[in-house]
Ligand binder design. Structure first.
Ligand SMILES: CC(C)(COP(=O)(O)OP(=O)(O)OC[C@H]1O[C@@H](n2cnc3c(N)ncnc32)[C@H](O)[C@@H]1OP(=O)(O)O)[C@@H](O)C(=O)NCCC(=O)NCCS
Length: 209
């Protein structure tokens, strides 16, 4: 076999591994399932991203159905292109297995949010963890459960060595989630360039592997 053929073979094998790591993945926790977004998820995801309370601290603001479609299509492109050394964005849909009501069983999970990792906007050499949930599911520990699962996967399977987290100090629940998943406060962000004004004054947390 020529060197060219071997390198093509290695490339194909590597691609298959990355698809396994980033695309064909399902993470199970006691109450949640995390898996890549599909186009079928768009209406339920839009129902979450159109809630003003959910989007209050996020730069995107409340999103339209068209914007949610675009973002899910972009997530899907990222699943194809992400590699451990170059994560563009890796965002998983967070599904609740069951809330204990008779209508909602394990066979009919509900899309309740998102969680993932990707480069920080103002410093792309650092990988940030993020998460969000539909308003009516806040306060039951689901965000912590989802974020911990993503963190474990990022360190254990993707092989990331350091994760960071950003939270507006007024977003007390998000600060708490970062602390509960074991991240350490490093600094308050000051003096960011104007285009990153949304993060100015935020708390910066980190966790080395
Ligand atoms: C941030 C967010 C995901 C938290 O979700 P959640 O399901 O409420 O989180 P959890 O239940 O896992 O944990 C929240 C913790 O914050 C605490 N908390 C909530 N509101 C609080 C407040 N106003 N002050 C202090 N603590 C608060 C809760 O008591 C809980 O801590 P505990 O388990 O020790 O009691 C949710 O508020 C959200 O979706 N916000 C909008 C999106 C967002 O801002 N994402 C973060 C930026 S990436």
């Amino acid at each position: 076999m020529s060197i060219l053929n071997i390198s093509a073979l290695l490339h194909t094998a590597q691609h298959a591994i990355f698809r396994h790591v980033f695309k064909n993945v399902q993470i199970d926790t006691p109450r949640l399932i995390l898996r890549p977004f599909t186009l079928d998820d768009i209406p339920a995801f839009h129902a979450i991203l159109s809630q003003p309370e959910v989007m209050y601290y996020l730069p995107e603001g409340v999103m339209t159905l068209g914007e949610v479609r675009e973002i899910v299509e972009w997530y899907q492109m990222c699943y194809e292109k992400d590699t451990p050394e170059n994560i563009i964005k890796w965002t998983l849909a967070v599904w609740l297995k069951s809330d204990g009501t008779p209508e909602q069983t394990e066979a009919h999970p509900e899309l309740i949010g998102w969680a993932g990792v990707g480069p920080l906007e103002f410093d792309e050499s650092q990988i940030e963890i993020f998460y969000g949930l539909a308003r009516h599911h806040w306060g039951r520990g689901y965000a912590t459960e989802a974020a911990r699962a993503v963190l474990d996967y990022a360190f254990g399977t993707i092989g990331i060595k350091r994760l960071v987290g950003i939270a507006n100090p007024e977003n007390a629940a998000s600060v708490k989630v970062l602390e509960k998943i074991g991240m350490t406060f490093e600094k308050k962000l000051v003096g960011l360039p104007e285009k990153f004004a949304n993060d100015e004054g935020s708390y910066f947390y980190c966790k080395p592997v």
